[in-house]
Design a protein. Structure first.
Length: 441
């Protein structure tokens, strides 16, 4: 952690009273990603916990919005803020550790001060002032507690994981959040994170022995292609493209911007590349770990996924992680170069099939065939058997091939019918063997 600069004195006279702090502004031209029902449900959840005081038998749970980079987390907090202020008549303070008030490494030695500094900045009198005017302000917990006094207040923290990653004194930070914004009635906080692990970390920091939970609120997904095509003005949007981008509204929107402007800068390549590189440089990519990663396509189990990749996933109910193929295909193609020959071939085939899936513009059914074969290959390579779908013995030590084990005299793409396929099959090198054939025609 880098050394802190000389901090300037801070006075409460520099900032507005809590009730006068305005809600965050939103980009005017972006489409509405969040429907009214989701907003109502989220506000109901926050309102019910906000009004409750901690007791020996009930621990108030903060709310978490967890999703990948550019997944709509910030927008969700921005949408909620003014509605909470209107409904509850409370001060609503939105802070972020990204964008205009990005965290500096030296601040991680004192996460309480880092948070308090941003609360003060969001409450600044001069609304045109930039964060650099507060970035070296010595804002303490005492300042914020004195500023709030008995004001009813909800704190919304954007990308909390950015602060907690590599920070020290996190137990004191958890205590401050709990005592100032959670234990009292008419106080509350909610936060967003790229990774589901932040919820477990924060729970431990707040109450290492009392098991205070964090409630994960699933962010909305897009389920209807006609609605999405209208909202995002993407007339030829397909269901396959929606699935490829994880059904995530913000990611679909930015994919369309990239397509129509021929500018890939809208999509979050930088964070994805950093996560992939971290896996590769820290020994997290092995044959065994990639097989585990593939199994998460079926199970959603976060324990099967290398931690750096968590922020490339979508987080569902109960902390289950769902693949976003747009991200995962890049990870798999990079990882494949470090695998044995058989697994490398399977992984590259899965990536190729996903690309065929998303590129199908004809609604011919070939896309769904590709998805079926992807699932079949993943179940076979991970031994994720099912008594109905794939009734094989889990302890079978079989080899696996895809569009292989054929005589070399005839290219696979030339095979047009089952008799020709059977005629040209050759004996596998070892038994038992599972051979999957999916003709391209």
């Amino acid at each position: 952690i880098s050394l802190a600069p000389n901090l300037r004195d801070f006075e409460l006279g520099e900032i507005l009273p809590p009730m006068d702090v305005p809600p965050p502004s939103m980009e005017a031209n972006r489409p509405m990603f969040i429907d009214d029902q989701w907003l109502n449900d989220a506000i109901e959840r926050i309102s019910s916990e906000y009004s409750i005081e901690d007791t020996p038998t009930y621990r108030v749970s903060p709310l978490a919005f967890v999703r990948c980079s550019r997944g709509g987390k910030t927008r969700a907090l921005n949408e909620i803020a003014p509605l909470l202020k209107k409904r509850l008549g409370a001060a609503v303070i939105f802070v972020t550790f990204n964008d205009h008030s990005e965290i500096s490494e030296w601040e991680k030695a004192d996460p309480i001060a880092a948070l308090c500094r941003r609360i003060a900045f969001e409450a600044r009198f001069d609304r045109s002032a930039q964060f650099n005017s507060f970035s070296n302000a010595n804002v303490t917990a005492y300042h914020i507690i004195e500023w709030l006094k008995e004001t009813n207040c909800i704190l919304l923290i954007d990308v909390l994981n950015v602060l907690l990653s590599g920070a020290t004194n996190c137990d004191l930070f958890g205590e401050f959040l709990k005592n100032t914004f959670l234990k009292k009635s008419n106080r509350y906080f909610a936060f967003s994170s790229h990774v589901v692990g932040t919820t477990t970390q924060l729970s431990t920091y707040m109450d290492s022995f009392n098991n205070r939970s964090v409630y994960i609120c699933e962010l909305p997904l897009v389920h209807h292609v006609v609605d999405a095509a209208t909202i995002f003005r993407w007339e030829d949007l397909t269901v396959m493209e929606m699935i490829y981008y994880g059904l995530i509204p913000a990611l679909i929107y930015e994919a369309h911007l990239s397509k129509t402007t021929n500018n890939s800068g809208y999509l979050p390549f930088e964070r994805r590349d950093a996560a992939i590189t971290l896996c590769e440089t820290t020994g997290l990519v092995t044959n065994e770990s990639v097989v585990e990663l593939l199994s998460s396509f079926i199970t959603g189990d976060k324990r099967s996924i290398p931690p750096p990749l968590h922020e490339l996933m979508n987080t569902g109910k109960h902390g289950l992680l769902r693949w976003i193929p747009f991200h995962m295909m890049e990870a798999l193609i990079c990882f494949s170069e470090r695998l044995n020959k058989e697994l490398k071939m399977i992984v590259k085939s899965i990536v190729s099939l996903f690309h065929k899936f998303v590129d199908d513009q004809h609604l011919s059914g070939k896309a769904w065939e590709s998805l079926f074969v992807i699932t079949l290959l993943i179940r076979l390579v991970t031994r994720s058997f099912d008594p109905v779908f794939l009734p094989l013995l889990s302890d079978s030590d079989y080899s696996l091939s895809f569009n292989n084990c054929l005589n070399c005299e005839i290219p696979f793409e030339k095979i047009k019918d089952i008799p020709t396929l059977l005629e040209n099959m050759k004996t596998p090198q070892r038994y038992p063997h599972a051979a999957v054939y999916y003709p391209p025609n």
